[in-house]
Ligand binder design. Structure first.
Ligand SMILES: Nc1nc2c(ncn2[C@@H]2O[C@H](COP(=O)(O)OP(=O)(O)O)[C@@H](O)[C@H]2O)c(=O)[nH]1
Ligand SMILES: [Mg+2]
Length: 321
């Protein structure tokens, strides 16, 4: 009896120890927009009102909770984070820190908060991965502005490395106007936490060769890339710049309630075939998605062949094991 009580307590404890991903930075940096972009809620991005100070867990991914925190603005919130470091920081696996690189006047303030956060980690003797997103590096910045911002980012990058003296530090430039940059940064971050990532990637490499694809990308429903393989730079570029749009196009059909388990979207462009298909696995309610590039005619039946089914089964086994 006693044994089983202890057992239950332990079990409960394990369940409660959910690892955290902190998603933080000054208010207005673009955190909510980044999360919306992963959900492909583009129609909402323009309407996003800044939500100040609230700590909210609003995103679940590969079994992890991401909490978004706004620093700055209303100082009292910051003080409560930094004065109760155990409560807020313990168990942090990854801290993603968003810096708005278009907001020159507040960059210094943003860096100071970043340094405060790193100090708290050091105090607590925890060493989460820290990921800095230089955000709002939009694709259509006018040329001389782009050049200037690039060199500013480089300088900031150096300054941060020098100042924080921290090993597990990663940097990305992102923009909601180039959705792939967000998918890529968030995927790289999350996959370092995902023990099956390597096996999945190997399976994807094998499958890409077997089916004689120019390239292949697999994502989940939150636009997280689980793995990808490309034959050359051209196929890499073509798939990376189109994947977000295929996901969005597919959302349109899904929102219309069209049953499409066996369906695929086929686009022929530049003598190549883009094939997009939801991959539904046993036991998971949400589908995964596959985008493949082929140079020869797949006759629209491409994804029904036995190699594809074999891959889906393998994929299923890896994710469910
Ligand atoms: N130019 C540009 N604006 C962005 C980008 N991401 C977000 N924004 C805008 O920045 C403002 C603040 O974004 P929000 O996501 O609310 O920031 P949060 O307070 O950090 O959650 C909004 O007006 C967004 O439309 C981006 O990549 N480029
Ligand atoms: Mg927000």
């Amino acid at each position: 009896m006693e044994d089983s009580l202890i057992f239950h307590e332990k079990e409960k404890e394990a369940k409660e120890k959910t690892y955290k991903i902190l998603f933080t930075g000054l208010d207005g940096a673009g955190k909510t927009s980044i999360i919306s972009a992963l959900h492909r809620e583009f129609s909402q991005i323009a309407l996003i009102e800044p939500t100040r100070g609230a700590q909210r867990s609003n995103f679940k991914l590969l079994g992890r909770e991401i909490s978004e925190w706004d620093l700055g603005g209303q100082k009292r919130y910051l003080i409560s984070y930094l004065n109760n470091p155990n409560k807020y920081f313990d168990g942090t696996e990854v801290a993603i820190y968003v810096i708005d690189i278009l907001d020159g006047p507040r960059i210094k303030e943003s860096l100071n908060y970043l340094y405060d956060v790193v100090d708290k980690f050091k105090e607590l003797k925890i060493e989460p991965q820290i990921v800095i997103l230089f955000h709002k590096f939009d694709p259509k910045l006018i040329h001389n502005v782009e050049k200037q911002i690039k060199s500013e980012i480089l300088a900031l990058n150096k300054e941060i490395i020098k100042k924080v003296d921290y090993e597990k530090l990663q940097f990305f430039t992102t923009s909601i106007y180039n959705p792939y940059t967000i998918m890529n940064a968030m995927s790289k971050v999350l996959l370092t936490l995902y023990p099956k990532a390597e096996l999945l990637q190997k399976t994807i490499n094998e499958f890409t060769r077997k089916l004689d694809c120019e390239g292949l990308i697999i994502t989940d429903n939150n636009s997280i890339i689980l793995g990808s393989c490309f034959k050359d730079d051209e196929s890499k570029k073509l798939l990376r710049s189109t994947i977000a749009y295929f996901l969005t196009l597919n959302d349109v059909f899904e929102d219309m309630g069209i049953e499409q388990q066996e369906d695929q979207i086929v686009v022929r462009k530049m003598g190549k075939y883009f094939l997009f298909k939801p991959v539904t696995l046993k036991k998971t309610p949400l589908p995964y998605y596959m985008l493949a590039l082929k140079s020869r005619d797949p006759l629209g039946l491409y994804f029904m062949n036995k190699d594809f089914n074999a891959f889906v089964n393998m994929f299923n086994d890896i994710l469910m094991s």
